[in-house]
Design a binder for this molecule. Structure first.
Ligand SMILES: *Cc1c(COP(=O)(O)O)cnc(C)c1O
Length: 469
């Protein structure tokens, strides 16, 4: 009979003493005893549970536990959010932080981060000003209308619905009742805002008459939602927003469009299908348009609601704005991003647009350099490694079904070791971390999303080391 493996676990006190000694060896700075005790207790409790439920579980000894916990303590002190190299070919990866920011934005962030700023202060008058009006002039110059900024586009919708339609009705087409990643469902946001959802039409067809017949004295708004993360194909009909704008105006109700991605530049310049721009949407006659800061705009996480001045001002005055307002770092990053548009330099200055506009020829040169690095370093011992066609995607629920054609590197042979999954894991565990994707048993690296081409060398080094292991 084997004894209970839990009895073989070292005591919390023994691990703690060992851990403190180990950390002192390495550096003068170390978490205090209370913090280390929590780490040790948490780990021992996990080991206990695993030992209780899994008969074959090998209980780690004191040395092993101390080593692993020292690593964990160090990682904790250094922070767990760090840069990674995105070689997945998905430009707006929500899990990887969506849009990378421009150099100018990073400099401007640094400038504001370490000191004070005129966030809510009118320099000329020498008194408090209004944060909601911070970027007013920037938006008026860019779009011809003001906008209010909140923390993300989900917050844009919440604020706009609560301000315009609390206790009243909002008409939405059934084909547009979307769920976006991270369990963001339009009907839920609608309920939280205090507005009542009135669904019209069917999943695939909604006509102008459906909207017209749904309008009652309780109607506050028609909401059009850009269905950006899926496509309904086939027998589909929806009402163009300019027709809805005419109807809303006739009946004296608000018309708003949730654009989601909200590009300020025509996506066809990157060879993609036309995504309605913010300017198109405003020109169609909407009262309000909501969009994200970190999708095709190429800036920080933020939600923007632009449109009719008196409505935008009302949004800024709603008590809810206080709970949804962005901090100075978001505002300065957004202003710096919008500066690239004002200067007419967004295509070259904003990393997202550089990646969108990169030619297939350029990606071929970069992918070829990776393949050559592997062949030069590993010669005949290298697993098969080739330049292949790849299709990068915009991601982030934007332009579904649309791809950017280019070239990437493919390495490995399906069914042979090391497997593509093993290689991908080695790359993730490398310094710097490189994230690729596995496709049909091979590891694919797409240079398009490696934001800084200077990182190409680091990717080649990490790949060569991963193949040598
Ligand atoms: C992405 C998206 C949202 C949510 O935006 P966040 O900035 O992620 O909160 C809302 N509506 C649509 C149509 C979207 O595409």
């Amino acid at each position: 009979m084997t004894s209970d493996p839990r009895r073989r676990l070292p005591s919390v006190e023994a691990v703690l003493v060992g851990l403190q000694a180990r950390l002192v060896d390495v550096s003068a700075a170390s978490p205090n005893r209370a913090i280390l005790t929590r780490l040790v207790q948490a780990r021992i409790s996990v080991e206990r549970q695993t030992a209780a439920t899994d008969d074959g579980h090998e209980v780690p000894d004191l040395q092993a536990l101390v080593g692993e916990l020292a690593e964990e303590a160090r990682a904790l002190m250094n922070g767990r959010l760090f840069p990674v190299i995105n070689a997945t070919g998905v430009l707006l990866q929500t899990n990887l932080g969506r849009a990378p920011l421009s150099e100018e934005t990073s400099v401007r962030l640094g400038g504001v981060a370490m000191g004070y700023s005129n966030l809510e202060y009118d320099i000329e008058a020498g008194r408090r000003s209004d944060r909601a009006g911070t970027l007013r002039q920037t938006f008026e110059a860019l779009l011809g209308v003001p906008a209010v900024v909140v923390n993300n586009n989900a917050a844009s919708l919440l604020l706009a619905l609560a301000t315009v339609a609390r206790g009243r009705e909002v008409i939405v087409s059934r084909g547009e009742l979307i769920e976006i990643g991270g369990s963001f469902r339009l009907p839920d946001v609608m309920r939280l805002s205090g507005a009542r959802l009135v669904e019209v039409g069917t999943t695939n067809r909604t006509r102008l008459a459906d909207y017209r017949e749904a309008i009652t004295p309780r109607t506050a708004m028609i909401l059009k939602v850009h269905t950006s993360n899926f496509q309904v194909v086939g027998f589909v009909e929806s009402v163009p927003v300019d027709h809805l704008a005419v109807l809303a105006q006739e009946r004296n109700i608000v018309i708003m469009e949730d654009l989601g991605s909200g590009s300020l530049l025509p996506t066809e310049e990157a060879g993609l299908a036309h995504e309605p721009t913010v300017q198109d949407t405003l020109a169609a006659g909407v009262d309000l348009v909501a969009f994200s800061g970190d999708k095709l705009l190429g800036g920080p996480q933020a939600g923007l609601v632009a449109g009719r001045a008196e409505l935008v001002a009302k949004l800024g005055k709603n008590a809810l704005y206080r709970a949804l307002r962005p901090d100075k770092l978001t505002l300065v990053a957004l202003e710096a991003t919008l500066g690239s548009y004002l200067r007419g330099q967004a295509r070259t200055e904003l990393p997202l647009w550089r990646m969108l506009m990169e030619t297939a020829g350029s990606t071929r040169i970069r992918a070829t350099a990776w393949v050559e690095a592997v062949r030069t370093e590993l010669g005949n011992t290298a697993p098969p490694c080739h330049v292949v066609d790849v299709e990068s995607t915009v991601g982030g629920g934007t332009l579904p079904g649309q791809v950017l054609n280019g070239f990437g590197l493919a390495v490995g042979t399906p069914g042979r070791r090391p497997s593509a999954a093993t290689l991908a894991e080695r790359l993730r565990r490398s310094t710097p971390t490189v994230i690729g994707r596995v496709h049909h048993g091979r590891l694919i690296l797409d240079p398009r999303t490696v934001v800084d081409p200077e990182d190409d060398l680091a990717v080649a080094d990490v790949l060569v080391s991963a193949l040598r292991q």
